[in-house]
Design a protein. Structure first.
Length: 116
């Protein structure tokens, strides 16, 4: 058998393998799509977390107490950006934190390192 005939035999074998793999890929995609739908359906059936049922008004008040603890002063060693911490919990919390003006009316000014 010459080189051309041998190359054609290899090409045919590779094309058959490619076709099988494409069929396999197609069936995997169909199965993944079905599984994704099943997962989404199960997620929708999960009970709502208690924090999600918590009224926004109360949650906002808690945020205010965390950020501006007038009645609960923190030790000076505790230096956290509470607004940022609250905002990264979830999208709904981020929206609440960013939309609450009372969290943003105070501007903290710290002295420069040499001015202390």
């Amino acid at each position: 058998m010459n080189k051309l005939a041998a190359a054609r035999v290899v090409l045919v074998a590779l094309e058959k393998q490619e076709q099988k793999l494409l069929e396999q890929l197609c069936s995997v995609r169909v199965a993944a799509r079905a599984q994704r739908a099943k997962v989404e359906k199960l997620i929708k059936r999960l009970p709502t977390l208690p924090i999600k049922r918590f009224p926004n008004e109360l949650l906002l008040r808690v945020f205010e107490l965390v950020v501006h603890p007038a009645d609960f002063p923190r030790p000076p060693t505790v230096q956290l950006d509470y607004k940022k911490c609250l905002a990264v919990v979830s999208r709904p919390w981020r929206t609440l934190v960013l939309d609450l003006p009372t969290l943003w009316f105070t501007i903290e000014v710290k002295p420069a390192r040499g001015d202390e």
